[in-house]
Write a protein that binds this ligand. Sequence first.
Ligand code: ZN
Length: 165
Amino acid sequence: MRCEEARPFLLRGPHADAEAHLLTCDACFNWLETHDPMVSVLQATRPAASPVPAAVTAGVLQRWQPQRVSLRLGIAAAMGLSALGLALAALILANAPALITSILAGAGNVAGTAAGVVIGLLAVPRALLFDEPAVLALYVAVTVAVCALWARLYQQVQIPRRLTR
Ligand SMILES: [Zn+2]
C-alpha cells in the first residue's frame, strides 16, 4: 500500500492494511500526527498554565516540622531493649537450658555446612592453579601482558584527561 492510498484510511478509522503501512512508514506517522483531528481536540482541552501562588511555599514550610528523636531517648531505648533481651535470655537459660544448647548446636551445624560448601567450591580453582605451577605462571604472564597492552593503548589514545594542578 502506498502513502497516498493509506492516509485516507488512517483518518477514517481502523484499517488493517493502512495500519500495517503505518508501522513501517515514518512519513505517514508524522502526517497522521499533524492531520489527526483528535490531536487538536486534545490540545484545545489542555488547561491554561497557571502560576503557583506565592503563599504555597511559605505555607508548606510553615506546616512541615521534621520529627526529631533525641539522642538521649534513642540511647535509653536501646539500653532498655538490650536489658529486656538479656533478662529474657537469662529467664530461658534458667528454665530451659536444653533449648539454648539445641539452638546453638543448630547454628553450628549450619555454619559447618556452609563452610563445607565454600571449601568445595574453592577446591576447583585451587586444583587448577596452585597444584599446577605452570598454569599459574602462564596465567600471571597473560595477566601482565594484558595489563601492559592496556597501558600502551591508554598512552596512545588521545583521551582528554583531567588536568592535575
Ligand atoms: Zn506512508
